[in-house]
Design a protein around this ligand. Structure first.
Ligand code: PLP
Length: 448
């Protein structure tokens, strides 16, 4: 057969699906009934079978400015034709410098340095390594312990799964990093179900860090890493005052606090970072996704002035940090990110997320009372509807809602277990919000 042209290949169903081992996917189930996307624009995807799918998840929490934004497309095209690649070690090109200055200006004041990666997982492992190395260069190399949290998701590197708290992501992969401990998660339906915005109860769970300090001694602990809002475990919000208390305890004991803002970064909660919205400044912030609007793979770790300075005291000719990626600061990713930041600023999208948050909250909470809905959670333009698990098949109801929403209602949602998670592009309007919840409501009603 004659080879098909690349445009057709990208927009029609593939002849064979065998060779591709899909990530975090039930491969056999998917390949029997694929969900394939051909194109996207603004708030909508188009599937290979020609349906317009309303994007309730910004892809995978990535496309905060919506899809195929012309400025971002043009920037990537221009950059690909100008400088496709430049070595990143002992060599560079202008864009990562320009971008880092722009990023530092958006970050909380002490976080003035940027280390580039290609994904959230790499950002997390980078931040954990910087934390360990930071203590060592300061002569506190015995601080090797890392503290994560139950139900935390920090990507899939060995560092990330070690501090992460999702059993399926950990149990297959051996002993993981030694010397890791976990805080308890903050999901508490008994006290907080159907809270609007941040839950009232649970700030005291941060005090568990004092217990871990008492057990291990602060002199052994390098860093605590948490998601300000946990996404992958089904949208878990920080109780009022919880993050402040974690910050206080970390400061008291000289422990670094890392916020994993891979999903909350770049406007999702109405400020550039959740750190700003919650008024809590960590020592490092890990990001990816919205940084480049998902249009090119990119991540970044924001590092405080104090941490950065600690590395800059050795001989000038010495490499300060033995870490980095071939594609750190890749030209195409930098071009995408710079254009993305322009779109965010020109359209004031972080503020839009703030302003639409009330209407979003009103509409999602109107789903209370539908069959099997046991909790609803929201903050900024993040939402979650938790469904009761079927006693014999946990996760199956959530998956069915996800699948039916896609096939029957032309709506893209995420399911993690029996929780339906929503995180739309920040360009949406009230009509889009109405459409998302009308369609989701219909799907939940239709799912026994
Ligand atoms: N950290 C958090 C909080 C995430 O939500 C994710 C992905 O969803 C990651 C890290 C991993 O990012 P990536 O899939 O880009 O490696």
């Amino acid at each position: 057969a004659a080879p098909r042209d690349p445009a057709t290949l990208a927009t029609s169903a593939p002849e064979r699906t065998d060779a591709y081992w899909m990530p975090f996917t039930a491969n056999r189930q998917f390949k029997a009934e694929p969900r394939l996307l051909a194109s996207a624009e603004g708030m909508y995807y188009r599937s290979v079978d020609g349906r317009e799918i309303l994007d309730g998840t910004a892809g995978l929490w990535c496309c905060n400015a919506g899809h195929a934004r012309p400025q971002i497309v043009a920037a990537i095209q221009r950059q690909a034709a100008t400088l496709d690649f430049a070595p990143s070690f002992q060599m560079g090109h202008p864009l990562p410098f320009v971008l880092a200055e722009r990023l530092a200006a958006l970050a909380p004041a002490p976080l003035q340095h940027v280390f580039y990666t290609n994904s959230g997982s790499e950002s997390v492992d980078t931040a954990l390594k910087i934390a360990l190395a930071y203590h060592r260069v300061r002569g506190e190399g015995q601080r090797t312990r890392l503290i994560g949290r139950e139900k935390g998701y920090h990507g899939v590197g060995f560092g990330g799964i070690s501090v992460g708290g999702l059993a399926n992501n950990r149990k297959f992969f051996g002993a993981l990093l030694p010397g890791v401990d976990h805080l308890p998660h903050t999901l508490d339906l008994r006290r907080n179900a159907f809270s609007r915005g941040l839950p009232k109860h649970g700030a005291e769970l941060a005090d568990e860090l004092e217990r871990l300090v008492a057990l291990h001694d602060a002199s052994t602990i390098a860093a605590v890493i948490v998601e300000p809002i946990a996404g992958s475990a089904g949208v878990i919000l920080p109780p009022e005052g919880y993050l402040q208390r974690l910050r206080e305890i970390c400061t008291k004991h000289g422990i670094l606090l890392i916020f994993d803002e891979v999903i909350t970064g770049f406007g999702r909660v109405g400020d550039c970072f959740a750190a700003q919205r919650f008024g809590v400044v960590p020592d490092m912030i890990t990001t990816a996704k919205g940084l480049s609007n998902g249009a090119a793979p990119m991540g970044a770790v924001f590092v405080s002035q104090a941490i950065h300075e600690a590395f800059m005291n050795g001989p000038e000719g010495a490499i300060e940090l033995f870490h980095g990626y071939t594609y750190s600061g890749h030209p195409l990713a930098c071009a995408a990110a710079l254009a993305t930041l322009d779109v965010y600023a020109e359209e004031n999208l972080f503020a839009a997320a703030h302003e639409l948050g009330d209407y979003w909250e009103e509409r999602i909470h109107a789903l209370q009372g539908l069959p099997n809905v046991i909790d609803i959670r929201n903050y900024g333009l993040v939402g979650a509807v938790e469904l009761a698990a079927r006693p014999d098949a946990p996760g199956s109801r959530g998956y069915e809602v996800f699948k039916r929403a896609f096939h029957e209602q032309n709506l893209m949602v995420r399911c993690t277990g029996d929780t339906i998670a929503l995180s739309p592009p920040l360009i949406l309007n009230r009509e889009h919000i109405d459409r998302i919840f009308d369609r989701l409501g219909a799907t939940i009603r239709a799912t026994a």
